[in-house]
Design a binder for this molecule. Structure first.
Ligand code: FAD
Length: 296
């Protein structure tokens, strides 16, 4: 099947009106894989600009991520992007994984540093013979000449950046190294995204920055994820969710409403698209799309 996997996501975002994309993670077992493929098939009719598959924390999912993205390239109509992190890999290994992606028909890659195996708050030590910053992975992927390259960005700054200014400078360095687009960590407030775009733009960052969207359907889970990236769920969101603590249906509906409002605000600010963290389920994303009146 021709699915245009050679299409460059950077080019698609530049050419298209608005980009919609969905992120999945590599399943751990057969049941997880079935759930993933169900979500992929249910979201395919929305004709996303691209879909992406994460690289397991601690560099743990090399084979699965390459295999899943390759299958998306072969068996679906969607453009896949593979994530890749520097964790636990030498430069040669990273070059080999990039070659595996290209051989599997995957020509878009999200170049990341990743977090230490001990967790995102642990100090980063590069692997011997490996890379120190995501920028170097962007360089490596660009040298191969086979990829459109995306990078991570942080609406409230990366937790170990000394300042928001330094954080924006890192994004500029990624652009200079050859990144064509960026995707942000989960956005809580449209104003945080606007701040990032403004800081980066003032330094000369011109690549499109796609905001990452994850609805709060489980406050404890999202609070933990936020904590790991050195942030807090803003009080105003927490209050709206906690008001429905005793009613799971109402809590879910409120989480979807909050996400849809955020999407509308982000698009009104001029965001070039929306990137949805699906957690391998399609329902929440479909509900947000319905709230935004986006139909198949
Ligand atoms: P970098 O850009 O290297 O930044 C890391 C730190 O180093 C920052 O504090 C930065 O300010 C600093 N820094 C960078 N360059 C320099 C420099 N030249 N000089 C001095 N300081 C510098 N993790 C996974 O394990 N798998 C995934 O699939 C995955 N997908 C992600 C997708 C998105 C959209 C996002 C936002 C994050 C994702 N992550 C993933 C998490 C990511 O790996 C971590 O947030 C990690 O801590 C930072 O990665 P980075 O690519 O931004 O690293």
């Amino acid at each position: 099947m021709e699915n245009g996997t050679r299409l460059s996501i950077g080019q698609l975002i530049r050419d298209g009106e608005r980009s919609f994309s969905f992120e999945f993670f590599p399943p751990r077992d057969e049941a997880g894989e079935e759930q993933l493929w169900q979500a992929i098939r249910e979201l395919e009719p929305y004709r996303p600009t691209f879909v992406s598959v994460t690289y397991g924390a601690g560099g743990s999912s090399r084979d699965t991520t390459v295999r899943i993205t390759g299958r998306i390239a072969r068996e679906t109509s969607m453009v896949p992007m593979g994530h890749l992190t520097c964790v636990g890999h030498t430069r040669e290994e990273l070059a080999g994984i990039l070659a595996d992606y290209a051989a599997a028909g995957v020509h878009n890659v999200l170049a990341l540093r990743g977090d230490p195996k001990e967790g995102p708050r642990a100090p980063w030590t590069p692997t011997e013979g490996g890379l120190t910053h995501a920028c170097e992975l962007v360089d490596l992927a660009r040298e191969q000449g086979l990829f459109s390259i995306g990078v991570a960005a942080f609406p409230e700054g990366h937790p170990s950046a000394d300042s928001l200014q330094e954080d924006a400078e890192v994004l500029l360095a990624k652009q200079r190294a050859g990144a064509e687009f960026a995707i942000t960590d989960m956005v809580f407030r449209a104003s945080d995204y606007a701040g990032l775009v403004e800081r980066a733009g003032a330094l000369g960052v011109e690549i499109p920055i796609l905001p990452g969207i994850m609805p709060i359907l489980n406050l404890r889970q999202v609070s933990r994820m936020a904590e790991l990236s050195g942030r807090e769920v803003p009080a105003e969101l927490r209050e709206r969710i906690e008001a429905h603590a005793d009613d799971p249906t109402a809590l879910r509906a409120e989480g979807i409403r909050i996400a849809a409002e955020l999407c509308e605000d982000l698009l009104a600010l001029g965001a070039p698209g929306l990137h949805f963290y699906t957690l391998n389920r399609s329902k929440a994303t479909r509900e947000i799309f319905a709230a935004l009146r986006i139909t198949v």
